[in-house]
Design a binder for this molecule. Structure first.
Ligand code: ZN
Length: 251
């Protein structure tokens, strides 16, 4: 029943227009939108629109969520799946937004974002903005958390999202494991690499950090981790080095 309702909501939101005011927000806040042309822009805007209309956005810690915040957060979610057919955020129902870094109930430290299995993503608006303002530092809180949501779509935070085919799992495990083990190596932990060291925490964080790096530092990643770059390029069906043009449209 819930599935049918979801389907109906998505269908209805697809029929709604994409407001010009949103493009103005994207122009100011989401630099990569300007690089999208033609079909790529249309695909991205459609995913953004459906996300915007089908998820609940809730302000926390005194923050009042406005339309601009919703557009920006939806843009991050849409960027990951813009070239993928179908719906990838079924499990996600609500996005909780704090004004800045917040204390997680059962942890001592402050956090910038979290993704929960039961369908909630928590974001610090400051961190979302900072991630977008510097689009080449390999750190983007919103992309990171939405990568976790894609990871858990199959029910487990294990660094493996739902892949396009059965045959894709073996090469995925091979490359991911090799790269993860390499990062966990003592030498790698001592020196600064292209991927943020937080990725060495576990497989789930490795996938989320690799995703941020893929979109924000494609050149360095392709140079230092070519297999990982290719794996993510095939998975997301997007090549950030080629100005986000999908591979299927390459001559
Ligand atoms: Zn994480």
């Amino acid at each position: 029943m819930l599935g049918l309702l979801d389907w109906w909501r998505r269908r209805r939101s697809r029929a709604l227009p994409f407001p010009e005011a949103w493009r103005e927000v994207l122009g100011r806040r989401v630099p990569f939108h300007a690089r999208l042309v033609g079909d790529a822009r249309a695909r991205f805007e459609e995913k953004l629109k459906v996300f915007f209309h089908t998820k609940h956005f809730i302000g926390a810690g005194g923050l009042e969520v406005d339309e601009e915040m919703k557009v920006v957060v939806s843009a991050a979610a849409a960027r990951l799946v813009m070239n993928l057919p179908g719906e990838h955020y079924q499990r996600l129902t609500e996005i909780l937004i704090y004004p800045g870094a917040y204390h997680h109930g059962d942890r001592d430290r402050v956090v910038l974002g979290e993704a929960h299995k039961w369908g909630t993503v928590v974001l610090a608006w400051d961190a979302v903005r900072a991630g977008l303002a510097n689009s080449q530092d390999g750190h983007d809180t919103a992309l990171h958390e939405f990568a976790h949501v894609l990871d858990v779509a199959d029910g487990a935070f294990d660094g493996t999202p739902v892949l396009e085919s059965h045959a894709a799992y073996a090469p995925w495990a091979q490359v991911m494991t090799r790269e993860f083990v390499r990062m966990r190596g003592k030498k790698a932990l001592r020196r600064k690499g292209v991927l943020r060291r937080y990725g060495a925490t576990n497989e789930a964080e490795f996938f989320a950090v690799a995703t941020e790096t893929f979109f924000e530092k494609p050149r360095q990643m392709k140079e230092k981790h070519p297999e990982l770059y290719e794996l993510l390029r095939d998975h997301y069906e997007v090549d950030p080095l080629a100005e986000l043009e999908p591979r299927a449209e390459e001559a």
